[in-house]
Design a binder for this molecule. Sequence first.
Ligand SMILES: C=C1C[C@]23C[C@H]1CC[C@H]2[C@]1(C)CCC[C@@](C)(C(=O)O)[C@H]1[C@@H]3C(=O)O
Ligand SMILES: O=C(O)CCC(=O)C(=O)O
Ligand SMILES: [Fe+2]
Length: 384
Amino acid sequence: MSLSVLMDSSSPTILLHPSIEPRDETGSVLFDPSKLQKQSSLPSEFIWPCGDLVHTQEELNEPLIDLGGFIKGDEEATAHAVDLVKTACSKHGFFQVTNHGVDSNLIQAAYQEIDAVFKLPLNKKLGFQRKPGGFSGYSAAHADRFSAKLPWKETFSFGYQGLNSDPSVVHYFSSALGEDFEHTGRIFQKYCEKMRELSLVIFELLAISLGIDRLHYRKFFEDGNSIMRCNYYPPCNNSGLTLGTGPHSDPTSLTILHQDQVGGLEVFINNKWYAVRPRQDAFVINIGDTFMALCNGRYKSCLHRAVVNKERERRSLVYFVCPKEDKIVRPPQDLMCRSGGPRVYPDFTWSDLLDFTQNHYRADVATLQSFFPWLLSSNPTSNF
Ligand SMILES: C=C1C[C@]23C[C@H]1CC[C@H]2[C@]1(C)CCC[C@@](C)(C(=O)O)[C@H]1[C@@H]3C(=O)O
Ligand SMILES: O=C(O)CCC(=O)C(=O)O
Ligand SMILES: [Fe+2]
């Protein structure tokens, strides 16, 4: 038996691993996704509790919002979109958008480029593995961070700042993956630019729907540092026993997700799981915990997960919008005046919540609820 200290759930724990080889330099088990897929049995690290595995066949009836009219400034279309956003976000925080202005060729190119990254041999991918405490880079099942309830996925993530046509994504790909990936970097640079533009459009829609200054959230997020995450879910012989992404709400502010045609994204509403139908021409939008705090809980950040498929691999492209790290997350004054209600959450910064989810707590159903006591104990002067 070898002893290693790994972070798991809400607090660091000391865990004993049986000596399965190979391991990485931290002593964590190193899973090779291409070998795992061929195995008939599932390593116990990937088995999730029965309660998280409840199966569903029901589809979510989330609104499909045509953004075309709103983007053009059409009043009637805007009023309709605002109504749909308000209802969806008050109930569960999920909706899909079409006519979003992102070229379908760019989306397809992003999938094609990221497929090439995930298809690299494991030793190459480990060359740009996520570093402890950071979020950029490759991860195989997050096995370097957690020792149980491992997600059946590989991920590749990087940050995007988006200020003054900064080519940081191209640089990240060339420096981390090598010059051969400069083209991939260009595609993802473009993809992130488009995601940023779309997010700012959606922030205007959210502000109008909350009855506050239309530009408030747009301005708040204009200098944000977002996270792009590409997910690859290999087929799994034991798909009923594991999850691709476990139940969680996004700690970030707004998520813009594209899923391929396989399907697997599910949302938990009123005690039931609902599948989100894959639509090639649409992005799934959902409210994250940080936006829930920015609107004093008026809009919900809802529990969701990704299930895996027995026969088919699945991919998703996820853009997480985050505020600039040291900006104070606090609902706007006009929202507080209108609602007259008390503050639901204390002030915090995205930098604190990011640190919490990367170094102290695995994002799940209770991230915010666990974050505030942690924050207040480390910074007792935080405002309400
Ligand atoms: C700040 C973040 C933590 C996670 C990556 C970004 C945005 C979403 C978070 C995550 C996807 C929520 C589910 C659990 C998680 C561990 C995962 O399965 O990938 C989360 C991310 C993470 O900590 O890597
Ligand atoms: O892959 C998916 O459909 C969902 C992934 C997700 O929820 C996440 O990365 O936060
Ligand atoms: Fe998520």
